[in-house]
Each structure stands twice: as C-alpha cells, then as structure tokens.
Design a protein around this ligand. Structure first.
Ligand code: ATP
Length: 174
C-alpha cells in the first residue's frame, strides 16, 4: 500500500499522547513528502512497538520525539526517548529474539520479541533499523529507514506501456 508517512505519524502521535498524557510527544516532519510503498499494517505495528518501548523505558514528564527525515533515496524515522538508555554492549543484542535487558525482567509484559519483529519488518522492506544511546540513563534513539521508490527495474516500466502490450483481452481461465 501507499502510505503517507507524515499523516500516519501524526495520527499515531495523537493517539499515544492521549494514552500517555504525562509524557510530552514532539513530532517533527519535513514538508511535501511523497507516499511510500510499504506494508502499512506491519509498519504501523513497528512504530507502535517503538513508541510503546519509549514510554515503558522512560519516566512520565519526559519527552518522546518522533522525527521523519528524508533524502532522495530513503526516509528515516526516529523515535527518541529520554529514558533509562542502553549500555553500548547491549545495543545490537536488543534486536535478538527473546533478548531482554536487565530492567526488562522487572516488566512483566515483555517477551523480548518486539524488536526482533521490528527488525524483520524493516529488513523485509529493504530498510535498516538500529538504536543509539549514549549509555545508561542517557535516553535511547531508535531509527529505521525505508527506501523511497521501488527498485529501478519495476519503476522504469511506465504503466501505459504495460497496458498497451496487452493486445487481446484475457478470456480463458487464469
Ligand atoms: P516486548 O517483546 O513485549 O516488547 P520487550 O520490551 O522486553 O518486550 P523488545 O521490545 O524486543 O522486548 O526489547 C528488548 C529489550 O531492549 C528490552 O527488554 C529492553 O531492555 C531494551 N529496550 C527496548 N526499547 C528500549 C528503550 N526505548 N529504552 C531502553 N531500553 C529499551
């Protein structure tokens, strides 16, 4: 599906702000962004998971920033919190299945599957996902990218050419 990412992000931020009134959400969007081809359901799940984690691992009254940036080839979405942070040696492992940080053990709800699912969704789209943190207590930034246009091979075939190539209407069983 074609997704208008700025719209999706503002809808999600509005929804989460209602659910978490003590956190302060800050949304930053670029002007005029083309729609992106993606699996809207899975990308929304990914965003919801990152937002849910940002809230779970940070204190009320702190800021959760959601930012969308873009260049010619890809868009980059960031979910940035001011929470407990992640030690450098754990930054890669948090994307492993069932991995949960020490603090995570105290949270009854988590399974450690969320970020592994987020990574497989993003990679299925040809993007990358990673986390940055200056260390424990320093907040965490999650970023993922999505390619802006489909690959050249498909993008280069104009729709008109393909339609005119169909000389006869297809009548038989498919
Ligand atoms: P669930 O699968 O329900 O999300 P979870 O939060 O434990 O449970 P992941 O989302 O995969 O699982 O996260 C794995 C671990 O990464 C967490 O246990 C936590 O230690 C760490 N983590 C994830 N997001 C953050 C964050 N925003 N700040 C600090 N640590 C985080």
């Amino acid at each position: 599906t074609q997704v208008q990412m700025p719209e999706l992000l503002s809808q999600l931020v509005t929804r989460w702000q209602k659910q978490a009134p003590y956190h302060r959400f800050v949304l930053s969007l670029p002007p005029d962004l083309p729609p992106v081809m993606c699996d809207a359901v899975r990308i929304e799940q990914t965003l919801n998971h990152l937002l849910d984690n940002a809230l779970n691992y940070s204190a009320p009254n702190s800021v959760v920033s959601v930012r969308l940036e873009t260049n010619e080839v890809e868009m980059r979405i960031g979910v940035i919190d001011e929470g407990i942070g992640i030690a450098p040696e754990h930054l890669e492992r948090i994307f492993d299945r069932f991995y949960r940080g020490s603090q995570g053990d105290e949270q009854a709800s988590g399974s450690g599957l969320g970020l592994a699912a987020a990574r497989s969704t993003v990679e299925a789209h040809g993007g990358r996902i990673w986390a940055d943190s200056m260390g424990e207590g320093q907040g965490t930034s999650f970023y993922f990218t999505l390619p802006l246009a489909p690959r050249i091979e498909t993008a280069a075939v104009p729709q008109r050419t393909r339609i005119s190539e169909v000389a006869e209407p297809v009548t038989g069983p498919l």
